[in-house]
Design a protein around this ligand. Structure first.
Ligand code: HDD
Length: 710
């Protein structure tokens, strides 16, 4: 039975006062008038016309007509959860922020994960960057770290953001395609904007199709500053490292999951929290001393560059736990407003031109999305501390500010609210020395667009490289314009020739030696690309192991979904031995049977079926287990979808476990010829099975798996 484990924190307490619970209550209008009919409008006679007088009808319909608010222009589809952050050790030598110095605190957080391009109702498994936005309700004010699951961004200057987003969104004439980057306008833009190539190659990697929000990293991306009590500044990059490791599904699964359960990630997050398996991430920092700002071969202010962990290790300083699902999706997850401009003393901005633009954009967008400058008064957006100033009025003012004065300085209000003294923890911007010309340009130090995409590709494992090439083939294969595909191929060849050869084969197009499309010349695109490559490609690091998912954690099967294929007569002793051991490690076993309702095992006990084979698909599971029992196997063989289920799990390189007669079912599938595969486990001990599932997938099987016609 799912348990709803609520952990109280200050924000939870604050939110409670706004919660409304109708349990046991009478229905009323919004004015508190008791209502005894909400099914029929007021009419002139039984069959007569409806009367304008009917205020009950008008209240209900008017309210309904205005239920929707504009969805976010990007990151429209998302899921949120509450939790807290705990600091392992003080980093007061870097930052004076309470959240970074006080190890006794549990700072409340609200996190919203999202895809970027799709609309609010788009499927979860789109190939896309994932948003990873964390709101920390600290005692000194709210700090929002509005990041993504990739450590770099597509563009270097906020000025290009509308162009980037317009190119990836559905094409304006036909509003096609939804939640997909695989179309002409996106690659038209990317192929003419080489600064995008780094984030682009990450988006082609498995990072863009995570197994779960709980199994992806988060990054603040920009270089920020940490400011200590002596007002000294260090540069910092923020990293969230998931306790469960970084894992992904394959593209074939993603496509199928979108059909089988388009809420896959949303459901996964909700179910994990609801069942008490709280997701956790450790917070890491990469710190660079002020005087080392220029020691790298890239610019710390360039958001298309990461600092390889090989060069600056990540120091783990704390942990975030998500332990409470929202009470109401709209009130919390939809209305939450993240602003990169929300910082607290001890943290400050740098001059990263993308960050600087974001500092404007997020406040502005809330005005049209949430409709009022009072959006900070919506319960989910309120700080946990008191907020006082002379800002007034506006749509939907929820507070009742008292007193005669709304200006500063004043005497009539006793000078209040008075200014905070520095000793009281007032915010003070870091005093960076600036002596510059006003100039609309891009810094030369941002001009290397190829070294880091190449480093990323070099750092990947063989299977990751293969997935990545297939992603390019899919995406570019969906483009209809040959000159765009050719230009992309040419650019990919500048990143890595082997990758380009693979993609070229899949596209059936040769890698062009030169790009001489007249339009490109007309818009000066070639000159622009030549400026950035190839002479500028640098090889300052052969590889960075942290960039590969092959080097993530493989030590847990917590919350892994195991499909147990059963029909009447399945072996209870087989089942119990595996169930106990796997559940002890946190795995979740689901009985899949030829029908819904119940199944009876060979000891005559009845078991609730979790899903009939008609309503589920193998792509929703991490591993398959077939207990023995002659009658059960006969029952499974009678329904051909079970064979498809197993073939597909094999194709996706998952662990497949069978006991006793369960092997007879495997013998009727593609697996029959591959029983020596290291993740096909027949009559194996639980410990071996647990190790295999924890490995996530057996990628060694990839070439064989590609042959499976599922
Ligand atoms: Fe953004 C939302 C992440 C660049 C403008 N962004 C948004 C969200 C995330 C990010 C996670 C969803 C927040 C939520 O869940 O409510 N955005 C990023 C990252 C960026 C980035 C990691 C680069 C490092 N964004 C960026 C730029 C601009 C914007 C350069 C504009 C100049 N982003 C927005 C926005 C959104 C937004 C239009 C839409 C909804 C919202 O802000 O509240 O203002």
């Amino acid at each position: 039975m799912a348990k709803k484990n609520k952990t109280e924190n200050q924000k939870t307490k604050d939110l409670k006062q706004f919660e409304k619970d109708a349990t046991g209550k009478v229905m009323t209008t919004n004015q508190g008038l008791k209502v005894n009919d909400t099914n029929n409008s007021l009419k002139a006679g039984e069959r007569g016309s409806t009367l304008l007088e009917d205020f009950l009808l008008r209240e209900k319909i008017t309210r309904f007509d205005h239920e929707r608010i504009p969805e976010r222009i990007v990151h429209a589809r998302g899921s949120g959860a509450h939790g807290h952050f705990e600091l392992y050790k003080s980093i007061e030598h870097y930052s004076k922020a309470g959240i970074f110095t006080d190890t006794n605190r549990k700072t409340p957080v609200f996190v919203r994960f999202s895809t970027v391009a799709g609309s609010k109702g788009s499927p979860d498994l789109a190939r896309d960057v994932r948003g990873f936005a964390v709101k920390m309700y600290t005692e000194e004010g709210t700090w929002d770290l509005v990041g993504n699951n990739m450590p770099i961004f597509f563009i270097q200057d906020a000025m290009k953001f509308p162009d980037l987003v317009h190119s990836v969104k559905p094409e304006p004439n036909r509003e096609i395609p939804q939640a997909a980057s695989a179309h002409d306008t996106f690659y038209d833009f990317v192929s003419h904007t080489t600064e995008t190539l780094h984030n682009q190659i990450w988006a082609m990697s498995d990072r863009a199709i995570p197994r779960s929000f709980r199994m992806m990293e988060g990054f603040g991306i920009h270089t920020f500053r940490l400011i200590n009590a002596k007002d000294e500044s260090h540069f910092v990059k923020f990293h969230w490292k998931p306790k469960l490791g970084v894992h992904s599904v394959t593209w074939d699964e993603a496509v199928k999951i979108n059909g089988a359960d388009s809420d896959f990630h949303r459901r996964d997050l909700w179910d994990a929290i609801d069942s008490g398996h709280y997701p956790e991430w450790e917070l890491g920092i990469q710190v660079v001393a002020q005087e080392d700002e220029h020691k790298f071969e890239f610019d710390l202010l360039d958001p298309t560059k990461l600092i390889p962990e090989e060069m600056v290790p990540v120091e783990i300083i704390g942990k975030m736990t998500l332990n409470r699902n929202p009470e109401n999706f709209f009130a919390e997850t939809e209305q939450v407003a993240f602003l990169p401009g929300h910082i607290v003393p001890g943290i400050d901005f740098t001059n990263d031109p993308l960050l600087q633009g974001r500092l404007f954009s997020y406040r502005d967008t809330q005005l049209s999305r949430l409709g009022s400058p009072n959006f900070h008064q919506i319960p989910i957006n309120r700080p946990i501390g008191e907020a006082h100033n002379n800002q007034r009025d506006g749509h939907m003012q929820m507070d009742i500010p008292k007193g005669q004065t709304a200006y500063f300085p004043n005497t009539l209000g006793g000078g209040c609210p008075h200014l905070a003294k520095m000793a009281e923890g007032a915010f003070h911007s870091f005093e960076e020395r600036i002596d510059a010309k006003k100039i609309r340009t891009r810094s030369e130090s941002f001009s290397d667009h190829f070294s880091q995409p190449a480093l990323f590709y070099r750092s990947l494992a063989k299977w990751e490289k293969q997935h990545l090439a297939e992603a390019y083939i899919f995406e570019l294969g969906k483009c209809t314009q040959k000159h765009i595909k050719q230009r992309m191929l040419w650019l990919i060849a500048q990143i890595d020739t082997d990758l380009a050869k693979n993609v070229s084969k899949g596209l059936g197009l040769p890698i062009p030696k030169e790009i001489d499309h007249p339009i490109n010349q007309a818009i000066g695109a070639d000159a622009d690309v030549k400026k950035h490559q190839p002479p500028k490609k640098k090889n300052y690091l052969e590889s960075d192991p942290a960039l590969s998912q092959a080097n993530t954690k493989f030590d847990s099967i917590e919350t892994r979904q195991i499909a147990v294929l059963v029909a009447d007569g399945f072996s209870m002793s087989d089942f119990t031995s595996k169930k106990e051991a796997l559940e002890k490690e946190g795995a979740m076993l689901k009985l899949i049977a030829p029908h819904g309702g119940t199944v009876v095992s060979d000891d005559n006990t009845e078991h609730e079926v979790n899903a009939s084979i008609i309503t589920t698909e193998s792509v929703l599971f991490d591993a398959v287990y077939i207990p023995g029992g002659k009658k059960s196997i006969q029952g499974l063989l009678a329904e051909s979808k079970f064979k498809k289920f197993i073939n597909e799990a094999f194709k996706h390189c998952k662990t497949i476990v069978a006991d006793n007669e369960g092997e007879d079912l495997l013998d009727k599938t593609f697996v029959a010829d591959y029983k020596d595969d290291k993740a096909v486990l027949i009559n194996e001990k639980p410990a071996t099975i647990i190790r295999s599932i924890a490995k996530h997938r057996n990628w060694d099987r990839m070439d064989v798996a590609a042959q499976v016609p599922a």
